[in-house]
Design a protein around this ligand. Structure first.
Ligand code: GDP
Ligand code: CA
Length: 315
């Protein structure tokens, strides 16, 4: 059976990597958020795509989850000395990827082709697609009325401003790259990784046509929350700022009516009944992925659970 995997950065890449250990390249492709993409020092940076690409290639920095293992930071340090902006701390090897991508984009090559080539060059056999080749930009409107491009909110301001609204500028004009569209259409199952629902998965769902495709698939989400907390990042903070109860039930409701099932942590077991009342089937297990072993173990359970749901819905 074929799986389309929707992912943002760090949380998404962990599960996507686990899934890639079980599913062959014919049976799995990752569709990645590009709402965080931005230009920095003249380079076109795709933080989430790179995180997924580096994780699947096994070259990611295991401490941060993003960036390249054992990278050096000479370029950014020297740029800082020269008085250039340096709030986005990017490593030297990582910059090589940005140079290649920016050169190819300037030559008119579509982002999805560039990613396919780069990912292959890094040793990946599973396909990784940007959610669209057209630019979609996530903006955060703060309660003080400021509008911030996502990376400025996330990296420069350390997600401190209070979020009032999240916008995906350009999404109406975007579309899935052709190969991503074909892969999604032909897959029976869709896994929504434990990425931030509001700023990593929603941008993908905002691409015209994606929700329609999902309506005909067995979709299973994995919670990014454990016991009311995010493992990393602003998901819980954003939820409370938007006036949403910080719980796995809220995550399940957020993905209604797209998902058939949701994978939640044993610490949230008490919410299973509430989730079932929404018409969503909960599956309870340990969903923390501190290492690649845990990624693989959870991925195996997610695959079995979603195949079981698929068979039940087909019966
Ligand atoms: P970003 O784009 O790098 O911010 O990453 P994502 O949106 O893909 O992932 C961020 C989310 O992943 C956060 O809400 C985290 O709680 C979640 N996350 C990170 N590590 C884990 C983990 O080991 N298990 C689960 N279930 N969620 C995780
Ligand atoms: Ca991201």
């Amino acid at each position: 059976m074929k799986f389309s995997v929707l992912a943002g950065g760090v949380g998404g890449a962990k599960l996507a990597n686990g899934l890639s250990k079980w599913l062959s390249p014919d049976d799995m492709a990752v569709i990645v958020n590009t709402g965080d993409d931005f230009e920095f020092l003249g380079f076109y940076i795709c933080p989430d795509i790179d995180t997924v690409m580096y994780n699947l290639a096994g070259i990611n920095n295991p401490d941060t989850g993003y960036g390249i293992k054992d990278d050096t930071f000479n370029v950014i340090k020297n740029l800082e000395k020269l008085g250039t902006e340096s709030w986005f701390h990017i490593g030297d090897s990582d910059i090589a990827n940005q140079i290649k991508r920016t050169m190819q984009l300037n030559a008119g090559i579509p982002l999805s082709d560039i990613i396919e080539e780069t990912s292959k060059a890094l040793g990946n056999t599973h396909l990784i697609f940007p959610m669209s080749n057209e630019p979609v930009r996530t903006w955060v409107v703060t309660n003080e009325g400021e509008s911030l491009p996502f990376q400025e909110y996330f990296v420069k301001r350390h997600f401190q401003p209070e979020v009032k609204q999240i916008l995906f500028k350009g999404s109406e004009e975007s579309k899935l790259p052709k190969k991503a569209h074909e892969f999604m259409e032909s897959s029976q199952l869709v896994i929504i990784c434990p990425s931030n629902p509001y700023v990593s998965i929603d941008p993908i769902l905002s691409v015209p046509g994606v929700r329609e495709i999902l309506q005909n698939k067995t979709v299973v989400a994995v919670s990014p929350l454990i016991s009311g907390k995010t493992v990393k990042g602003p998901a819980a903070k954003i939820m409370s700022e938007l006036g949403i109860d910080v719980s796995v039930t809220s995550i399940a409701r957020h993905y209604q009516p797209l998902i058939k099932g949701i994978v939640i942590d044993t610490q949230d077991r008490q919410e299973t009944e509430q989730i079932s009342h929404c018409g969503i089937i909960p599956y309870v297990t340990d969903i923390l992925m501190p290492d690649t072993q845990a990624q693989e173990r959870l991925a195996g359970e997610v695959i079995n659970f979603s195949i079981q749901l698929h068979k039940e819905s087909a019966a």
